[in-house]
Write a protein that binds this ligand. Sequence first.
Ligand code: DHB
Length: 395
Amino acid sequence: MAATLRTQVAVVGAGPAGMLLAHLLDGEGIDCIVVETRSEAYVAARIRAGILENSTVDLLRSVGLGSRLDAEGHPHRGIYLQWPHERHHINFASLVDRHVWVYGQTQVQRDLIEASRAAGRRVIYEVSDTAIHDIESDQPAVTFTDMDGRQVRIEAGVVVGCDGSFGPCRAAVPERAREVWTRVYPYSWLGVLADVPPSTDELIYAWHPDGFALHSMRSPTVSRLYLQVPNGTDASSWSDDRIWAALAARLGHGQDGWELYPGPIAEKSVLPMHSYVQSPMRYGNLFLAGDAAHIVPPTGAKGLNLAVADVALLAPALVALLAKHDTALADAYSDTALRRVWRCTHFSWWMTTMLHQSGDPFDTQLQLSQLRWVATSTAGATGLAENYAGLPLGF
Ligand code: DHB
């Protein structure tokens, strides 16, 4: 039996972009239905980055999503930038009067799921065969097969693609109407979640001849660590001992008395690194937000923050469009969002290429020169601080 549902906004994807958009629209009286291919348990558990920018935190607080963040999140004044025998602290708080929070995307997702349940919002998990229709018309639609095998059609005023890089929305924009820019990096990250207290108070980004390493954290008892590895690496080829030995070498265990404490590894996986930008972020009555429109390499933790910035622009644009028939913000959405997207695309590329071994000795000398400049010049450090802590949403 086919069923037809009606709503104002059909959102494809129940990750942080889709769930936050539904939260913001619901708060303004706009009805949404969210569809998601994965199960709620999968979406709630998947491990992603853990750094929130100043403006992301301000937004979450302003819409009632800040209580657990304030209780469990950890404000960080800055980061450490290091290379062999040198470690420098870049203090964002003193350089740009903004700072960041350590609070995992997994925790943000859990807060969004709880708020959605409490409000009784319609989120349909475990759908398949999702397809987007009639986006050039005033009545676009999303069709899918639900978990019980029923064919469902959602008729909406607007469809929003928050379905990441593997979902159908980005490809629903006709090829003749879209432009795409990509960069594939010649290395990946091996990410590790370890049940051990962090060996540092703030994140350490380490340049090393063996490859980049990052010491991050999730809580006072859980550390998150990353190692640069070759593309195509199988995570199972890295034993726990090999991981801790590589982290100790690259992060400088023993230098100036600093020690890295190893512990049980709960999870390890390999993340490929690439940049992707698709323009426009709106075509007819299909809007794209988050990873559906753009991917950044993880260095600098911009992915989630950029998705939140898209949604912060898109929600008022859709409210104006659907409640007041005012098209100005919706018409400006793509150009306005892409300005921040390109800033973060550049920053993520810059952090990535400054810190990873490319195999080219000329790059090595440029990287070390740039690291010294960023770490020791107020002008250099301020550029990093402003971008890392995050430009204001209206930038
Ligand atoms: C984390 C990930 C990042 O890419 C980064 O730059 C900083 C922190 C993290 O997972 O904690």
